[in-house]
Design a protein around this ligand. Structure first.
Ligand SMILES: Cc1ncc(COP(=O)(O)O)c(C=O)c1O
Length: 384
């Protein structure tokens, strides 16, 4: 593309109030953040359990760096898979009850691999209309094509399954949707998939650590067994406080991905020091039920106050609590006004959400203090 076309596209983005800025953030304790010398309550992060700043996790990162070094210095099938990667993989299998896992440098890469490798050329991918960009982009490149079913709508999914020959669909959804915070009926979906012999692939980026026993995720909370999912994808960048992603599945599926998953084979393996810290985060996530309880208390307090204040909430029982604004320009102005009150709450605008569905997407964390939530709702009430 020539520079003039780029400038044209950029100025259109600005005119539509859709241009995005990037800030250098310095995380502080209690779910706060410092930006350009000013401290804010951060309600836009994904550190749901407060593990990103946990001293034991940070000590493990230091220990991991001392023992294993910064980089893996190789792709996993050459020299990049180290002791620390294996230890993290084993910890994930033990926690989640899947045979094996593969680690990826990002959840985005994990989703690309999951869809591009596991959907055969003569199978059609069926995915939820509000799926994350990493799933949509992978589906768009699929030779067998894709269709989107209405959000969390099993009837709509059923109609698409009927259109294909049995055994020729692959179904993809999320455990907790990133922009709406709601969840599908996973048990109903798994039953439907079984009926049409369609493998079910789940992205549980926002469910892992937060939902289910020991935080195993939304699938476990809804009573699914590992065998009902052909693959589970989740990442370390949300409740587990770090970065990277993984796919968990049966030994056969993982070996297939290991042999044919191009994002896995041709990419440098995660930092071993990071893997060592992630393993500590997994351990704390499993054992520290108090983090999930605290998050639930914050959620209860937020919903009670927000409902009393009459805020236009999108129905969600998760740590993601969107306040619907609609117009992108208004959403941006509200976000700016909140900043002036010491609250960091990013305006989520198209194309991340559909046109006319701009929102303030609040994310709650166990790291917050109840007082922060009161301050947030009072500020929103004043602005709405
Ligand atoms: C639902 C969902 N899937 C996948 C991803 C991508 O994960 P990562 O940020 O680790 O690349 C994200 C995060 O942005 C997400 O919200």
């Amino acid at each position: 593309m020539d520079l003039a076309s780029m400038q044209q596209a950029l100025s259109e983005r600005r005119q539509q109030q859709l241009h995005r800025n990037q800030f250098a953030m310095q995380p502080l304790p209690d779910g706060m953040v410092r930006v350009q010398g000013k401290d804010y309550l951060n309600f836009s992060g994904n550190d749901y359990l407060g593990l990103a700043q946990d001293p034991a996790v940070l000590a493990a990162l230091t220990e991991g760096a001392a023992r294993f070094g910064l980089g893996s210095s190789g792709s996993p099938l050459v020299t990049g898979h180290h002791y620390a990667h294996q230890a993290l993989s084993d910890a994930l299998c033990d926690w989640l009850g899947f045979d094996e896992v593969l680690l990826f440098s990002s959840g985005f890469a994990a989703n690309q691999t999951m869809l591009q490798t596991l959907a055969a050329q003569d199978e059609r991918i069926l995915l939820d209309k509000l799926s994350h960009a990493s799933l949509i982009d992978a589906a768009k490149h699929h030779a067998g094509g894709f269709k989107r079913f209405l959000h969390n709508d099993l009837t709509s999914l059923h109609q698409l399954l009927i259109q294909q020959a049995t055994g020729k669909s692959v179904v993809v959804t999320e455990g907790v949707f990133s922009m709406d915070g709601d969840s599908p009926d996973l048990a109903g979906m798994a039953a439907l998939c079984a009926l049409y012999q369609a493998p079910l692939l789940l992205d549980d980026a926002h469910g892992l650590g937060v939902c289910g026993n020991e935080g195993r995720g939304s699938w476990q909370q809804q009573g699914l067994a590992p065998a009902q999912l052909q693959a589970l994808m989740a990442n370390f960048g949300k409740a587990l406080g770090g970065s990277g992603g993984f796919i968990a599945a049966s030994a056969t599926v993982i070996d297939y991905l290991r042999q044919f998953g191009r994002h896995y084979i041709y990419s440098t393996a995660l930092s071993p020091a990071l893997c060592w810290a992630q393993q500590k985060a997994v351990q704390l996530c499993r054992q520290d039920d108090w983090r999930r309880e605290r998050l639930q208390q914050h959620l209860g307090l937020f919903q009670q106050l927000a409902q009393a204040a009459g805020l236009p909430l999108v129905a969600s029982g998760s740590a993601i609590q969107p306040v619907l604004v609609g117009d992108a320009g208004r959403c941006l102005a509200l976000s700016q006004a909140l900043k002036e009150k010491g609250i960091w709450l990013t305006a989520i605008r198209p194309p991340t959400v559909a046109a006319g569905k701009a929102r303030l997407r609040i994310t709650l964390s166990a790291a917050h203090q109840p007082e922060h939530i009161r301050t947030l709702v009072a500020a929103l009430q004043e602005l709405f």
